[in-house]
Write a protein that binds this ligand. Structure first.
Ligand SMILES: [Zn+2]
Length: 371
């Protein structure tokens, strides 16, 4: 039946009609609110590139958690800013780690709130990578390279200062050349033990859901084994299964102070062009024991969310990341867009694509709009 019998505008005539036939509905119980916990007391430091988002000390984080819960948002996910970083991510798995402290306090003060713990090492590693870093054999042979270079330098005959300077320059540039070729790699398998140790420590502190975001191969299985061996057989894993290497993480790195000190994360996070590989990542995590899966970021990857929804039956989460939030905030501050309208539209789009759980910095504001 087509026009004039069919007129789709009939059901758009009033707000009540539009509400009646709405296909996608948002409710605050789909939201998870990300929080950044830092050392100290009474600390409430706004993240420059994320207006309205703060680094919070444990006491302030508890207040915030209470507010989140009172708005009908059932869950928060915790990230930590340790006071010290090192090469083995001690702050991630120490019993008195910053997230462990926050989890214990929140469990005590807001017992109904579901506490998710982001599991990664980058915030706690001095180099800012998500796993253990080791130098490739090339770097280990830098000493040998130096000997080689100097050996070749010995046959240079210098007769004046100019030639001497040139010879020195030659040695220096050869050494610089070697140094440039130093490469590092992330040691996948060695990192798994630390990730499992971190997960057990978080569960012990009261974290309800373990959410690994590191993108090492085999981490879900290693974490499941670790949790089970420690007796946490009922602690579910929400795996950041398809996490893409993305420019949209920029503001988060400021918020969590987790910028890699060298290189980037493309050797472990996914290539943004690959949707079939994303399905394989998700599939493997499910085989290893993931209870819920996640796609991150959200808006630039709505097709990946839709494909995952089509293919897998696990609860599906999507993370509306810092850059997505920052873009909307920046445009709204310039009065280029209507903040609230775009905020809600962005969340509906993620839900419509198929995510039933949305991690978003808008959790509180959107809950207020919906409430
Ligand atoms: Zn990381």
């Amino acid at each position: 039946m087509s026009f004039p019998v069919t007129r789709l505008r009939r059901l758009r005539r009033t707000g009540e009609l539009r509400n009646l036939v709405r296909e996608t509905r948002l409710t605050p119980d789909a939201f998870v609110y990300p929080m950044f916990v830092c050392p100290g007391e009474g600390v409430r430091k706004e993240v420059r590139s994320m207006p309205g988002v703060f680094n919070l000390s444990v006491d302030e984080a508890v207040k915030e958690a209470r507010e989140v819960y009172s708005l009908g948002v059932p869950s928060v996910i915790l990230f930590g800013l340790p006071d010290k970083k090192d090469e083995v991510a001690t702050g991630a798995w120490a019993d008195n780690g910053i997230v462990q402290q926050a989890a214990r306090a929140m469990k005590r003060e807001v017992p109904g709130l579901i506490l998710m713990g982001d599991v990664c090492l980058c915030e706690y590693m001095s180099h800012g990578h998500c796993g253990i870093v080791k130098a490739t054999p090339l770097a280990q042979s830098l000493g040998a390279a130096a000997r080689d270079t100097l050996k070749s330098a010995r046959v240079v005959v210098v007769q004046n200062d100019e030639e001497k300077a040139a010879a020195i320059e030659k040695v220096a540039s050869q050494m610089a050349d070697y140094a440039r070729r130093i490469e590092f790699e992330i040691d996948n398998d060695a990192s798994l033990e630390l990730l499992a140790r971190t997960s057990v420590s978080l569960a012990r502190a009261g974290i309800d859901v373990i959410a690994p975001s590191d993108m090492m191969d085999g981490r879900v299985g290693a974490i499941r084994r670790g949790l089970d061996e420690a007796g946490f057989i009922n602690t579910p894993i929400l795996s950041y299964a398809a996490k893409f290497a993305s420019g949209f993480y920029g503001p988060f790195r400021e918020a969590a102070d987790s910028t890699p000190q060298f290189g980037d994360r493309r050797s472990y996070q996914m290539d943004g062009a690959n949707v079939r590989e994303a399905m394989r990542e998700i599939e493997l995590d499910i085989e290893e024991g993931a209870d819920m899966i996640m796609v991150k970021p959200a808006m630039p990857y709505l097709d990946v969310i839709a494909a995952a929804r089509e293919r897998f039956d696990l609860p599906l989460a999507a993370y509306q990341v810092s850059g997505e939030y920052a873009m909307i905030e920046a445009a709204a501050r310039n009065n280029w867009i209507e903040r609230e309208r775009v905020m809600m539209e962005s969340l509906v789009s993620i839900r419509r694509a198929g995510a039933s759980i949305i991690l978003t910095y808008y959790a509180k504001d959107a809950a207020r709009v919906l409430g």
